[in-house]
Design a protein around this ligand. Structure first.
Ligand SMILES: C[S@@+](CC[C@H](N)C(=O)[O-])C[C@H]1O[C@@H](n2cnc3c(N)ncnc32)[C@H](O)[C@@H]1O
Length: 170
């Protein structure tokens, strides 16, 4: 099971980025996203409508207290992995991630509280340059699945028939 924890969502300023964190989580093989920060019905509705239209069993949830989420999943045996430009290189840590059956992947927003670095089992970087939670998450999942997530099948929902031009469905 792979769960993504997205910290400190702000209803207005982060709407698009947070939705994309959810969509990338689903498309690239995570099972669930949990948001902290603003409880945002609009965000849940966007994700629910994608799941309804495009299939699969992806879930979204809200939690007011990130510490409880991290500690709770650690107690359940999840490896908790915080994505940060200051962490250890993904390439060197990826085997540890693959060995863990269950992962909680933590991505930040504008500001990441200092205790997240302490609470997480691993602080992992995707390059030591500043970029984006969406890109960092996508690259982690791609490395974790060794590219096989590109062939994931989603039960139910619409199925696109790849087309060199235009849009077709099965
Ligand atoms: C736009 S950054 C802001 C980070 C913020 N300045 C802080 O307090 O750390 C948002 C999130 O993108 C992710 N991120 C950005 N660059 C990264 C990198 N090089 N490696 C891993 N994650 C990264 C982290 O999860 C980070 O919390």
């Amino acid at each position: 099971m792979i769960i993504v924890l997205r910290l400190n969502h702000r209803r207005i300023r982060d709407k698009r980025v947070s939705t994309h964190v959810g969509l990338v989580s689903r498309a690239l093989g995570a099972d669930k996203i949990i948001y902290t920060g603003d409880d945002d019905t609009g965000l849940f509705n966007s994700i629910k409508s994608v799941v309804k239209n495009w299939g699969g069993a992806f879930n979204a949830g809200y939690a007011s207290d990130y510490k409880r989420v991290i500690i709770g999943y650690k107690k359940k045996g999840y490896l908790t992995v915080h994505l940060t430009m200051y962490g250890l290189e993904l390439e060197k840590e990826i085997t540890k991630l693959r060995k863990a059956k269950n992962l909680l992947i933590i991505v930040g927003g504008e500001k990441v509280p200092a205790d997240v670095y302490e609470l997480s089992d691993l602080n992992v970087s995707v390059t030591n340059q500043p970029h984006s939670e969406i890109a960092a998450l996508a690259l982690l999942l791609d490395h974790y699945y060794k590219g096989n997530e590109l062939n994931l099948k989603f039960k139910g929902g619409k199925k696109i028939k790849p087309n060199p031009r235009g849009k077709t469905f099965y």
